[in-house]
Design a protein around this ligand. Structure first.
Ligand code: UT7
Length: 325
């Protein structure tokens, strides 16, 4: 019996040109490079230029992923953009990406699960591929998250950045006895009772404005490590793998202390953990595909490797996905 799997054909990313260091932020915000590096592990972040929208970042990442896969937009029949910062309330950023790639075929939609958005989008694309609705999916995490920041609130404005990452998933039929490839298992969770621990105080149905980010940082921190490890174990359990089988752990990049805490609780050696929070800050739905792109480009993640993606964020939402590269 053959098995249908969604295999990874390529990844790509895009970061806006403008890099802002902690020292530069400290000129206008009551903070310091030392505090940010010690408490969060961030050194710098990229910030989108005026007139540069989430769909622009997404298209640049999509083109890089298509190049990496040796494919063209003609080959894609599903686009999912995970974002909290779409260009417009509607249409979906994904349909703008579809237009900017010159596509008239296929279908495109956004997923809103904040920092967990990319893991949700990968899992959704996997389901569409497995049930025959799509053959090749372009899955993008893209954010201009800094547009939601209150630059006078030092407890949030130092934490985030902008960027986009993309992955192309393709339907493959694995023959009897052929080793596992592609997405092996996923687990998604949410609990809306925590909505006001990390939220934006605006929206079309409430204030009619975009609003600003508010976060009870220590409360989110308190939940993070436990929720991350639970969902990682749930994913491993489904697949019959153990932590020792993992080649790479690619977590959401919110705080170096959370990443280190989750890695230690799982018993993962630090050299198997991909960390980019120092150079990207928290880019919400873009953080996992950005980190993946870095680790693929520098040769760490190779064909055959077992890779665990994980994210946790506003909602709360959290999830993990296990991929044989
Ligand atoms: O991506 C979605 C998921 N998000 C997360 O996972 C974020 C989770 N939370 C965190 O990463 C951390 O809670 C933060 C990085 C947000 C904050 O770190 P913390 O160690 O929890 O600090 P804190 O909020 O307890 O604040 C400690 C002190 C306070 O001063 P006092 O009351 O002790 O005098 C804050 O006012 O640090 C102060 N502080 C700052 N100082 C300098 C808060 N922000 C800053 C700042 N610069 N930017």
């Amino acid at each position: 019996m053959t098995r249908v799997r969604s295999i990874v054909r390529g990844v790509g990313s895009y970061l806006p040109q403008n890099v802002v260091t902690n020292a530069e932020l400290a000129k206008t915000v009551d903070t310091s490079d030392e505090w940010i590096q010690q408490r969060v592990g961030i050194k710098e972040r990229h910030i989108a230029a005026e007139g540069e929208f989430t769909s622009d970042l997404a298209v640049a990442a999509a083109k890089a992923a298509l190049d990496n896969a040796g494919l063209t937009p003609e080959d894609i029949d599903l686009i999912i953009v995970a974002t909290t910062t779409p260009d417009y309330t509607f249409p979906a950023a994904a349909t703008l990406v579809q237009m900017k790639l010159g596509m008239h075929h296929g279908f495109a939609f956004d997923i809103q699960a904040v920092c967990s958005g990319f893991v949700y989008a990968v899992t959704t694309a996997d389901s569409y591929i497995k049930n025959g609705l799509a053959k090749r999916a372009l899955v993008i995490g893209a954010e201009t998250f800094t547009r939601l920041l209150d630059w006078t609130d030092r407890t949030t404005c130092v934490l985030f950045g902008d960027g986009a990452g993309a992955m192309i998933l393709e339907r493959a039929e694995l023959a009897e006895g052929e080793p596992e490839r592609g997405i092996i298992a996923s687990a998604l969770r949410s609990d809306g009772h925590h909505w006001d621990k990390l939220y934006v105080d605006g929206g079309p149905s409430s204030t009619g404005t975009a609003g600003h980010v508010h976060m009870q940082g220590p409360e989110v921190f308190r939940h993070a490590v436990g929720k991350i490890t639970d969902v990682v174990y749930a994913t491993l359990e489904q697949s019959g793998h153990t932590v020792a089988d993992l080649d790479w752990f690619v977590p959401h990049q919110a705080n170096k202390r959370i990443i280190d805490g989750a890695g230690a609780k799982l018993g993962l050696p630090p050299e198997k953990v991909v960390t980019t929070v120092d150079i990207h800050a928290n880019t919400s739905a873009a953080s996992v595909p950005l980190a993946l792109s870095v680790a693929v480009a520098d040769g760490r993640i190779k064909a055959g490797d077992l890779v665990m993606l994980e994210a946790m964020g506003g909602g709360f939402t959290w999830g993990a996905s296990l991929i044989r590269w």
